[in-house]
Design a protein around this ligand. Structure first.
Ligand SMILES: Nc1ncnc2c1ncn2[C@@H]1O[C@H](COP(=O)(O)OP(=O)(O)O)[C@@H](O)[C@H]1O
Ligand SMILES: [Mg+2]
Length: 264
């Protein structure tokens, strides 16, 4: 298994081979998730040894799925997933991801009461009632960045796109994180980004999906064979094909809940 960071042209390649030092633990995380430093670079470190076994994802490791998600994100060319790779650390091999400094005043996803519903720039996902019996609506931004993340999630079959897994960057870009529950061969899509359902995919979006599909028969597919199962690789190809032929954002389907819980 390759453990080096594959080049992203950010000049970090040499530095990222250095010693990984744990500086903190991300306490909200369900698995062992650490904040760490490699030289001057802040990273997230999730050792395989700290993963809780999951009955519905019995194959491989969450770390491998996170690394696979990054490779697929790179094939899209949309910079959805921050640079992610496998390497060793003080608690053994795990996934490492570049830390992103978010803007705490921006939210890509929100839960609002009727009087706070914005007029424009947002998409409605679902209506419900909160603990105090008030009518609330789950909304998300109506931006190209989130359209791209929603498309990535359909292709990656992401079972865990919560609000907290969308990082709001100061310049308006949105990164997706926590892709351990991806690439299952069965339909598992669970996301808060249903606001685009039914929208036609744009030519540039279709071209990017087509690019991923082509890459699956080339280097991307080869790299993914070390990270996910052959059945999962076939299913990934089939999801690209289906999305290309339907050319619209899909609607929820199947028996499982379409949104993750909790939502944030
Ligand atoms: N690369 C990153 N940059 C900045 N913040 C991050 C990054 N990855 C995760 N986080 C933050 O840490 C929280 C927990 O990380 P997550 O990947 O969801 O871990 P877990 O798999 O344990 O749930 C996220 O909800 C997010 O707020
Ligand atoms: Mg998480």
């Amino acid at each position: 298994m390759a453990t080096e960071a594959n080049g992203s042209g950010d000049g970090l390649d040499g530095e990222l081979d250095g010693e990984l030092v744990i500086t903190g633990r991300i306490t909200t995380a369900s698995n062992a998730t650490f904040l760490a430093q490699i030289g001057d670079t802040a990273v997230v470190y999730k050792p395989v040894a700290g993963e809780n076994p999951l009955w519905d994802f019995p194959d491989g490791t969450l770390a491998h799925r996170e690394a696979a998600a990054y490779l697929v994100s790179e094939a899209f060319g949309w910079n959805v997933v921050p640079r992610t790779w496998l390497r060793s650390g003080p608690m053994g091999v795990g996934m490492v991801q570049l830390w992103q400094d978010i803007d705490p005043d921006q939210d890509a996803v929100d839960l609002v009461t009727a009087e706070r519903l914005p007029d424009a720039g947002w998409r409605r996902v679902l209506d419900g009632t909160d603990e105090e019996d008030r009518e609330v609506t789950l909304i998300h931004e109506d931006t190209d960045s989130l359209r791209r993340m929603a498309i990535f999630d359909v292709v990656a079959n992401n079972a865990d796109r919560k609000g907290g897994h969308i990082l709001a960057m100061p310049d308006g870009h949105r990164h997706g994180v926590d892709h351990g529950l991806t690439f299952h061969a069965e339909h598992k899509l669970r996301t808060v980004l249903w606001g685009f359902t039914g929208d036609e995919l744009r030519p540039d979006e279709l071209a990017a999906i087509d690019g991923v599909r082509t890459a699956l028969y080339d280097e991307l597919g080869e790299a993914l064979t070390a990270l996910i199962t052959p059945a999962e690789l076939d299913a990934l190809d089939a999801r690209c094909e289906r999305l290309l032929s339907r050319a619209h954002f899909p609607a929820p389907r199947g028996h499982m809940p379409a949104v993750p819980w909790p939502l944030f």
